[in-house]
Design a protein around this ligand. Structure first.
Ligand code: SDX
Length: 429
């Protein structure tokens, strides 16, 4: 069986052999199909890139039908249970698990790059008191490119590496400060004697105590949540990072585009939307009428559905389990009963079953974040901190991919052609 298509163009009767490689055909081969020598070749039209591969990648593997997620070949279940966020970040960026020496050096460098320039603090204090933390994070990450102008030299490996370390290290600082800003509390500086997630909790919640002592069970739960959000192949925000990165801009600017894309309620913003949806439903008795609203198209069941997973998102299962650990410390979240009943009803309702709509990563994560005393508008910042190593690994892979070019898709033009311009004074006379 030859791995190819034979395409017959009925306009000309010409047949074309189109090779199949890795389950894809190249759009460039389709471009050779022409109605005549002086007309442009065919293009592929795919709004939202539902069925378009944009790159070759060895970072994350997803099987949406089987509900499989692996980072560099390691199943997410094993990493969530046995690894740490910084070890997973190393794996995503470098492609292999670190040796003891590599891990200790990695942790040391990240620990000692958690501070940001004092001007960043002044810059962040310029936001309104009620500024959305994602807007603050998006702006602050982009602003970091002005503090490290050498980061524009993306062809230098050492330079790429130090910017990657800086961004993984500073994201929690920027995120925590956006949280403290919204609460009108003083910003807390990093405490380098704590580990990554413990330091993050300290910058979020430390008040007048000499040193913040994070609860190890909450540190473990937060670290697990960060692992579960670390990468997810070519999702919308990673696509944004790659598209912006394809112009050879610095990585801070590319990642700030990822933060912007993640902000949307159809993507990372869904975890905030889920909490607001559960609060709006209010009680288990209101679920049937809410579900009716969804089926009538008046609502979306936020936290359900996925472009790739047509089965249960493996992360949702693991987050649901992490929720139990957190609720042991914080007490359960009454909204959990509504979420569990909503899931039970949805998974037995033909509307959702037919559309293969299952809980995704955002369905349960918000319940944990709320139990950890985070306000809903902060949930997506937590997602962004977790996703940072993934965005950077994908950006790094892009810079090394000889096949990659500046992202510049075609369009189907539907507007007017060849009009004659009449100057304003004549038009309005
Ligand atoms: C993330 O891509 C990633 O990997 C993302 C992510 C990551 O880790 O980076 O996994 C993180 O973004 C998870 C998704 C979070 N978003 C939500 O929970 C928002 C609610 N879900 C959706 O809006 C939707 O499911 C998407 C955006 C996630 C996927 O959208 P698609 O693939 O474009 O699917 P679609 O909108 O074309 O829907 C197909 C059908 C439609 O019905 P019909 O028009 O065919 O009748 O399913 C329906 C949709 O109306 N549908 C839903 C629904 N999601 C899809 N109906 C009700 N509630 C929903 N949540």
């Amino acid at each position: 069986m030859t791995e190819s298509l034979t395409v017959r163009d009925n306009r000309t009767g010409t047949e074309y052999e189109v090779p199949i490689t890795d389950g894809t055909i190249r759009a460039a081969d389709i471009g050779k199909i022409k109605a005549s020598e002086d007309t442009p070749g065919l293009a592929v039209y795919d709004p939202g890139f539902v069925n378009t591969a944009s790159c070759r990648s060895s970072i994350t593997y997803i099987d949406g039908d089987k509900g499989i997620l692996e980072y560099r070949g390691y199943p997410i279940e094993q990493l969530a249970e046995k690894s740490s966020f910084l070890e997973v970040a190393y794996l995503l960026i470098h492609g292999d698990l670190p040796t003891k020496e590599q891990y200790e050096a990695w942790v040391h460098h990240i620990t000692y790059h958690t501070f940001v320039h004092e001007n960043v603090k002044d810059f962040m204090q310029g936001f309104r008191y009620d500024a959305h933390p994602m807007g603050m994070l998006m702006a602050s990450v982009g602003a970091l490119s002005t503090f490290y102008p050498e980061s524009r030299n993306i062809s230098d490996a050492d330079n790429r590496n130090i910017q990657i370390i800086r961004m993984i290290a500073k994201m929690p600082t920027l995120g925590a400060w956006s949280f403290r800003h919204a609460q009108g509390k003083p910003y807390v500086y990093p405490d380098n004697s704590l580990d990554y997630s413990g330091n993050f909790l300290s910058m979020l919640f430390k008040m007048s105590e000499t040193q913040y002592e994070p609860d190890p069970r909450l540190v473990k739960a937060l670290d697990t949540l960060l692992i579960l959000h670390a990468d997810h192949e070519q999702n919308a925000s990673t696509n944004a990072v790659r598209s912006v990165g394809s112009t050879q801009v610095d990585p801070y600017s590319a990642v700030s585009a990822g933060v912007a894309a993640l902000f949307g309620p159809l993507h990372g913003g869904a975890n905030e939307a889920v909490l607001r949806m559960l609060k709006r439903i209010g009680t288990v008795d209101n679920i049937p009428s809410f579900i009716e609203g969804v089926k009538n198209g008046d609502e979306r069941l936020m936290g359900f559905g996925h472009r790739v997973y047509k089965n249960y998102d493996p992360r949702a299962k693991l987050i649901k389990k992490a929720a139990e650990d957190v609720f042991e410390v914080t007490g359960t979240n009454p909204l959990l009963d509504i979420a569990v009943e909503l899931e039970r009803i949805a998974l037995s309702d033909e509307y959702f079953v037919k559309r293969k709509l299952y809980p995704n990563v955002d369905f349960y994560s918000g319940l944990i974040y709320e139990a950890l005393q985070f306000p809903p508008e902060f949930f997506t910042v937590l997602f962004a901190i977790g996703r940072t190593p993934g965005w950077l690994a994908q950006w790094l892979e892009l810079t090394q991919d000889k096949e990659q070019k500046i992202a510049r898709p075609k369009q189907i033009y539907t507007g007017e052609r060849g009009l004659t311009f009449t100057p304003a004074e004549e038009r309005w006379a």
